[in-house]
Design a protein around this ligand. Sequence first.
Ligand code: ADP
Length: 496
Amino acid sequence: MPLSVQLKTPITGEFTQPTGLWINNEWVEGVDKKSFEVINPTTEEVICSVSEATEKDVDLAVAAARKAFNGVWRTTTPQQRGIYLLKLAELAEKNLDLLAAVESLDNGKSITMARGDVGAVVGCLRYYGGWADKIEGKTIDINHETFHYTRQEPIGVCGQIIPWNFPLLMLAWKIGPALATGNTIVLKTAEQTPLSGLVFANLVKEAGFPPGVLNIISGIGKIAGAALSAHLDVDKIAFTGSTVVGRAIMKAAASSNLKKVTLELGGKSPNIVFNDADIEQAISWVNFGIYYNHGQCCCAGSRVYVQEGIYDKFIAAFKARAEQNAVGDPFDENTFQGPQVSQLQYDRIMGYIEEGKKDGATVEAGGERHGDKGYFIKPTIFTNVTPDMKIMREEIFGPVVAVAKFKTEEEVVALGNDSAYGLAAAVHTKDLNTAIRVSNDLRAGTVWVNSYNLLHHQLPFGGYKESGIGRELGEAALANYTQNKSVSIRLGGPLF
Ligand code: ADP
């Protein structure tokens, strides 16, 4: 198995794609010499094969991270950690086109969206680079005989498991706060989309990070992911992905060494449009809320509730808007929606569309595949969806939205909160009082008013209820990667 292959994209021309495991700042083959194929979702053809990490490779990567944590990384100053992160951000910016093109090739997202993702990666790494030398403890005054202070210490070796919908962005969200606070990392990318993480790994060494601080491996969830979650020498596991896997990870953490756990999981987020909303604007945001990234967003606005006074007008205009979304080749600059990531995801989504039809919901737009090659699905709108239908209750993770009508604010707050999830929500209205009241009443980690999907690295993001544990981004994420140590000093005097 070679450690790199030559690939080509319309944006970059030929480039070298690493295919090994990135451990200790070196490319290595897996101990068992296993590999798996990476599929191009636009053509359904094999792009290349990459090394697959098994339990033995996870052990090696964790040992490298442990050695770096106990050794060089402990004595690296906070300021220097920040300098490394800023350099990494600069290198990601310099390689923006390459990283974006690899993301489009492997994930299928449009090149314009992929460039946006890499821009957000740069912003996130810079932001946490700035935090590195601002992690501070406190002095706590208790009495004259003692002196007390607290330190915010790193947790240690962190396992990080990321999904395929935003491969590079999820990597940045995870490594930024972990490195800023002095942890070392073994990060496993998703098996559907390992390529951009491997290109990014080359930048880690170039940025100056010492060996073992950030290890990046490709591997299968049930093998490498499970090994990382159950590992006895991993101090913390951070995961983004499905709620079902989140539960498995928490169980593995509980039954191994009670490693700390943070989870960013699924969603079925309500997007509420009141009679007094700016209807043109609301339609744009509802469209972007569900179809951005092909509906493959944990915070997708997949349940839309429209007040009865504007319902008919809204549906007609939303249908026209959805049908205008450009679906096609990710490398076409005008494309808005590319293919779904894999055959499995395509089949799951088409399964939900069939369920919706069978349950009696009305297909207003889409409801079928697009073209005859690649995992493309037309932007789909269902109306007449009742609260008990599967398409209203379960996360579809595709370009499929369930729309329902409501009468009163009280009713829509109850409908919005009628979900096991609580990741995000949105309210569209011109009335500030309604906006604030409803935002306060919705049980979700993020609420957008007159917008959707506006994420920013300065704003914490995470879930209420079954959508997760802990927060990513913002200052809040630092708390997930530090532990408090209280130091008490007795200033002499008798014991009692
Ligand atoms: P999806 O179903 O959308 O593919 P998953 O939650 O299965 O999302 O995958 C997200 C990440 O979790 C991927 O990196 C995947 O390899 C990993 N993963 C899947 N199953 C497990 C598991 N049992 N233990 C640890 N990680 C897993």
